[in-house]
Design a protein around this ligand. Structure first.
Ligand code: MN
Length: 254
């Protein structure tokens, strides 16, 4: 009789030390993981190491770990530290910690007052209108209504619009995260990302709660070092990151 069916395999967290950054290590790891059928991610750390989450069949994970001990041509691996990790359920092997493009939050007074969160995905700005604005408090789940994509050229717009106005409330770059490749993560209704703005920082999640013509999502700050429980950032920091003006000042000057 055949033995009990194997579980999904295993997950390991690997730290690679030595001359391992700026030598094409992450790109080579993505290729090798793809050949082996290993899922997870690779990222450069600030301390000069490369860290890998690897999960899949035991033999494939072991083969990737062996490869990490060599690395690509140009690398000089000094030490590989392997810790038993979890199988996180990744559906890709991605490079983490790299910018996926621009993000912007435009505070917008139209018929209703809201903050438009826009994330650059495949050259366009995917957009959500957040009536109460973003929060750095993980306990605050903010309604975010998905709205039409915008052109990147609109990201810098600030000024009166006749019926109201717009300010650039925050902007910067973002990293895509989660277990599912983007933009599929958005289509499937769960997108995890890291913002590097002037006001907003750290991990966030968008979780779709109601599909349809105007899909409803929740924007939630993830619990991390950047989180600020109890804070109310839109009240504490109302000014434009471009002009310093508040939305009321921009509208009054129009
Ligand atoms: Mn808007």
């Amino acid at each position: 009789m055949a033995g009990r069916a194997k579980a999904k395999g295993k997950g390991v967290r690997v730290t690679v030390r030595g001359r391992v950054q700026a030598v094409g290590f992450r790109e080579a790891a993505v290729r090798r993981a793809g050949e082996l059928g290993v899922l997870g991610w690779v990222r450069n750390e600030d301390d000069g190491t490369v860290v890998v989450q690897a999960e899949g069949p035991d033999a494939a994970v072991d083969a990737l770990v062996e490869w990490l001990g060599e690395g690509p041509r140009g690398a000089a691996v000094e030490e590989v530290e392997v810790e038993k990790g979890k199988v996180e359920g990744h559906e890709q092997f991605a490079i983490r910690g790299v910018s996926a493009g621009a993000f912007v939050i435009q505070e917008h007074q139209a018929t209703a007052h809201h903050w438009d969160l826009r994330l650059e995905v495949d050259g366009v700005m995917r957009s959500w209108a957040v009536p109460k604005g973003p929060s750095m408090d993980p306990a605050q789940k903010r309604l975010a209504v998905q709205v039409a994509d915008h052109e990147k050229s609109h990201n810098d717009f600030e000024g009166g619009t006749g019926e109201g106005g717009v300010i650039v409330w925050d902007r910067g770059t973002y990293e895509q995260g989660g277990r599912v490749p983007w933009p599929e993560a958005i289509e499937r209704g769960h997108a995890v990302f890291v913002l590097h703005g002037e006001k907003l920082e750290g991990g966030f999640a968008l979780q779709r709660t109601r599909p349809g013509e105007k899909p409803q999502w929740l924007l939630i700050k993830r619990k991390d070092d950047a989180a600020r429980p109890g804070s109310d950032l839109v009240a504490e920091s109302p000014g434009s990151v471009v002009s310093g003006k508040t939305l009321a000042e921009v509208i009054a000057a129009d």
